[in-house]
Write a new protein. Structure first.
Length: 391
């Protein structure tokens, strides 16, 4: 079996690359990051097919907080067109081509023409579902959502139709594709793994306080207004909400008038500091309106912290309801507040659920389980390749 991967930057594809390397199947990985940026990802240097000249400067600009919708859209379109051309000229012969959505059109078509199979790996929900949901959310705050350029949307939709198979990380994402007319037999859920070595309990919460933690971007997509509303409703003499992540420009006006008593924004933190931040929390909460699967959920659970999260964050795939945490609907701060209050009022239950969370993540397995599930899908799509001398 010969497998080639394609991604923008990193994303979960680098984890998949390690797994394919473990099986001895990895031929190459296309990325818009440089070999230097991917030097610690465990991928052999000779298998990295990189084209960083446009994407890397754009990412750096964003990290500096410099955004311009029209300029960034044109820049990204040029980046994508150049990357697709780069792949079309260099893609090696393979049995399976796995491409993060948006990065697979030319490589996927070439692979199919050669008799191979193309998997579109979509890390979140169906693009049109996402766009419509966020447009509605922005309108609730009197704002206009800047929709993705039609060229990008059309390219993704073509990929959904032409790819031999689509992989998503959660049941919520799978249902979004079915709702948009994609045959359910074409969509497979393979949940992300977790780093059980890096994420583990390293400290204990303040016994007199009730600390809620959130980690991720601070924006409307992540449901920050609903998280703040839920936290505001909780009654505890020493409650605290710790928010880790970059504050996006779109939400700054909302935050300027929001109720932020006992809320602490820590900004971006190095990954190495996250286990300690998680471990000092009583509960991890995420009110996302949409994402394929929030990996921060399993990171917090691995640190022995119960999680309260929305179905749209992929919570039902990792949380055992009432055992390791709670799954709540989107836009339901009162429901999230009730679950938070239950744990604030019962520290013994909270600790027990945290212990259950760690055990639950261990049972889910790390990234090897993710890789094994992908291996089974590849064998199903290209059984002849597995039986050949090359497989």
């Amino acid at each position: 079996m010969r497998v080639v991967l394609s991604t923008w930057g990193r994303f979960q594809i680098v984890q998949l690359a390690r797994q394919m390397q473990r099986f001895g199947w990895l031929i190459g990985v296309f990325s818009t990051f440089s070999r230097y940026q991917l030097r610690n990802e465990g991928i052999p240097r000779e298998k990295l097919l990189t084209n960083p000249w446009l994407h890397t400067p754009l990412v750096l600009k964003w990290r500096l907080g410099l955004y311009h919708h029209r300029l960034d859209g044109a820049w990204m379109e040029l980046t994508e067109r150049r990357q697709l051309a780069f792949i079309s000229k260099r893609i090696p012969e393979c049995d399976i081509f796995v491409a993060l959505s948006g990065s697979g059109l030319t490589g996927g078509r070439i692979t199919q023409q050669r008799g191979g199979k193309w998997i579109c790996d979509r890390a979140s929900s169906h693009m049109v579902y996402v766009e419509d949901l966020l447009a509605d959310e922005f309108s609730r705050y009197g704002m206009t959502f800047q929709r993705t350029d039609p060229w990008f949307v059309e390219k993704d939709l073509i990929e959904y139709q032409e790819a031999d198979h689509i992989v998503v990380p959660s049941e919520s994402a799978r249902q979004s594709f079915i709702a948009k007319g994609i045959d359910q037999s074409k969509v497979t859920r393979i949940s992300f793994g977790s780093d059980l070595g890096t994420f583990r309990r390293t400290a204990d919460p303040d016994p007199d306080a009730f600390t809620v933690c959130y980690c991720g971007q601070v924006n409307f997509r992540k449901g920050i207004p609903y998280l703040l509303d839920a936290f505001r409703r909780v009654k505890h003499p020493k409650k605290r909400l710790v928010i880790v992540g970059a504050i996006k420009p779109e939400i700054k006006k909302f935050l300027s008038t929001a109720h932020l008593e006992n809320v602490e924004f820590l900004g971006l933190l190095p990954r190495a500091q996250l286990p300690d931040v998680y471990s000092r929390a009583n509960v991890f909460a995420i009110a996302s309106l949409e994402e394929g699967m929030a990996m921060v959920q399993t990171e917090a659970m691995a640190c022995g912290v119960p999680v309260i999260a929305t179905f749209n964050a992929g919570a039902s795939d990792v949380i055992e309801e009432g055992v390791s945490g709670y799954v709540v609907p989107i836009r339901a701060p009162q429901v999230m507040a009730e679950r938070l209050q239950r744990l604030a009022d019962d520290p013994v239950l909270c600790r027990q659920m945290g212990e259950n969370a760690r055990r639950g993540v261990e049972l889910l397995g790390g990234w090897d389980s993710y890789g094994n599930a992908y291996r089974e899908l590849c064998l199903k799509l290209a059984p002849a390749a597995a039986k050949s001398p090359k497989g």
